[in-house]
Design a binder for this molecule. Structure first.
Ligand code: SAH
Ligand code: SF4
Length: 379
C-alpha cells in the first residue's frame, strides 16, 4: 500500500536455496548463503553487526531490508521429569506449543506446524480447538531455534541437546506442506542443525494427496496416526478417514517407504482409548492389516484433557494389545507419558488458538466449565 513502510524479510525462514536467491538479488555469490545460515542457525545470532565475516557494506544492506526475527516466547513451563514446554506466539496472534523431552542419550523436540487443526480427531485437544493458521517457515524452524537458545547449545562445544525432531505438536504438517518442507530442509542442512533424516519425523493423520507428493521433497522419517484397524472405527475417531480410507493411506505410505534409499520403516501410531479401540479383536485386526506395510507400532495410552469423554485404557488392556502384536511379529513400543504436569503430553497441546467456529466455542465452554483456573490462566 502506498505510504506503508515495506516490511523486512525474515531471514530465519529462508531455506538454503531461498537464501542463495535472495543474496543473488544483492549481487552476492551463493557461498554467502552458507555464512548467513551458519550465523543464524548454528550460532543463534540475530544482529547483523555480529556477523564478522560478512562485509560491512553487505551488513548495511541487510539491515535495510532484512531481519532475523525468531518467534516470541510467551512462557516456558518446566516439568518435574525434565521436559520443557514453550508457549510461542505466532504472527496470526495465536500461540502454539513446543515440547522438549530429554531421554537417555537423546533429546526430542516436538514441534507444531499449525495453530489449531482443522481435522477434528475425537481424542485430540488441538483438534477440538479448531483451526487458526498455518505457521510460517520462520515460526516452525523458530521453535528449534528457540529451544537451542534456551538449552544453551548455540555456538558452544557442548553436545547437541536436541538430537531428534518430531512434527507431532499442534496441527497437521501435511496441510502446511511448503513451510514444513522448508523447515525440515533447514533441520537437515549441515550448515544449520545437521539432523539426520532418520531423526526428523513427520507425523500425519493421513492427508493422502500430500503424502503422495512427499517423496519428491524430502526423505525424512514417517509416522502414521492410524488409531483404528478398520475404516468404520477410524472414520469415527479420525474424520479425515472418510475422505482418504485406510487402504489408500497404507498404499501411499508404502510408496513413500519404497522411495527411501535405506530400509527405514514407518512408525504406526495407535492411541489406546478405553472401550473404543483397545479390544483384543482390534489388535488382531491391526496385525492382519499391517501385514504388507514395513512398520513398527507405537502404542500411545490416551492422555486425558478437559472436555474429553474418553479414558485411558487399563494397564492390562495395554499389555494384552501389545502382546498380540508382538506375537504376530511386530516391534511394539508403548509411549510413556512425559510432561503431563505441565500439559505437555501428546494430544494435550492447546496454545491459545483464536478460532470462532462453533466447534471451538463449544470446546472452550467445556474447558472453562471443568477447569475455571485454566480460563484465568489463558486469558
Ligand atoms: N496431526 C498430526 C501430528 C500432530 S498429532 C497427526 O495426527 O499425526 C501428534 C500425535 O499425538 C498423533 O499421533 C496423535 O494421534 C497423538 N495424540 C493426539 N491426541 C492425543 C491424546 N489425547 N492422547 C495421546 N496422544 C494423542
Ligand atoms: Fe489434528 Fe493430529 Fe490432532 Fe488429528 S491428532 S486433530 S490431525 S493435530
Amino acid at each position: 500500500m502506498p505510504g506503508m513502510p515495506e516490511s523486512k524479510i525474515n531471514l530465519l525462514g529462508l531455506s538454503r536455496q531461498q537464501m542463495e536467491a535472495f543474496l543473488l538479488t544483492k549481487g552476492e555469490k551463493p557461498f554467502r548463503a552458507i555464512q548467513l545460515l551458519k550465523w543464524i542457525h548454528q550460532f543463534g545470532v540475530t544482529d547483523f553487526d555480529e556477523m564478522t565475516n560478512i562485509s560491512k557494506s553487505l551488513r548495511a544492506q541487510l539491515k535495510e531490508c532484512a531481519e532475523v526475527r525468531p518467534p516470541r516466547v510467551k512462557e516456558r513451563l518446566d516439568a518435574s521429569d525434565g521436559c520443557y514446554k514453550w508457549i510461542v506466539e505466532v504472527e496470526s496472534g495465536s500461540s502454539v506449543e513446543t515440547v522438549f523431552i530429554p531421554e537417555a542419550g537423546r533429546g526430542t523436540l516436538c514441534i507444531s506446524s499449525q495453530a489449531g487443526c482443522s481435522l477434528d480427531c475425537s481424542f485430540c485437544a488441538t483438534g477440538k480447538q479448531g483451526f487458526n493458521s498455518d505457521l510460517t517457515t520462520a515460526e516452525i524452524i523458530g521453535q528449534l531455534w528457540v529451544a537451542n537458545r534456551e538449552l544453551d547449545t548455540f555456538g558452544t562445544k557442548k553436545p547437541r541437546q536436541v538430537t531428534n525432531v518430531v512434527m507431532m505438536g499442534m496441527g497437521e504438517p501435511l496441510l502446511n506442506f511448503d513451510n514444513v518442507i522448508n523447515s525440515i530442509s533447514l533441520m537437515m542442512e549441515d550448515n544449520c542443525y545437521g539432523l539426520s533424516k532418520r531423526r526428523v519425523t513427520i507425523s500425519t493423520s493421513g492427508v493422502v494427496p500430500a503424502l503422495d507428493r512427499l517423496k519428491d521433497y524430502t526423505d525424512a522419517s514417517l509416522a502414521i496416526s492410524l488409531h483404528a484397524p478398520n475404516d468404520e472405527l477410524r472414520s469415527q475417531i479420525v474424520p479425515i478417514n472418510k475422505k482418504y480410507p485406510i487402504s489408500e493411506l497404507l498404499r501411499s505410505t508404502n510408496t513413500y517407504l519404497d522411495s527411501l534409499p535405506d530400509s527405514r520403516v514407518a512408525t504406526i501410531e495407535y492411541i489406546l482409548i478405553n472401550g473404543v479401540n483397545d479390544h483384543r479383536q482390534h489388535a488382531r485386526e491391526l496385525a492382519e492389516l499391517l501385514r504388507t506395510t514395513p512398520c513398527k507400532i507405537n502404542l500411545i495410552p490416551f492422555n486425558p484433557f478437559e472436555g474429553s469423554d474418553y479414558n485411558r485404557s487399563s494397564n492390562s488392556a495395554i499389555s494384552n494389545f501389545r502382546k498380540i502384536l508382538q506375537e504376530a511379529g511386530y516391534t511394539v513400543t508403548i509411549r510413556t507419558t512425559r510432561g503431563d504436569d505441565i500439559g505437555a503430553a501428546c494430544g494435550q497441546l492447546v496454545g491459545l488458538v483464536d478460532d470462532n467456529t462453533r466447534r471451538s466455542a463449544r470446546y472452550r465452554a467445556l474447558r472453562e466449565q471443568s477447569n475455571p483456573e485454566q480460563r484465568l490462566k489463558v486469558q
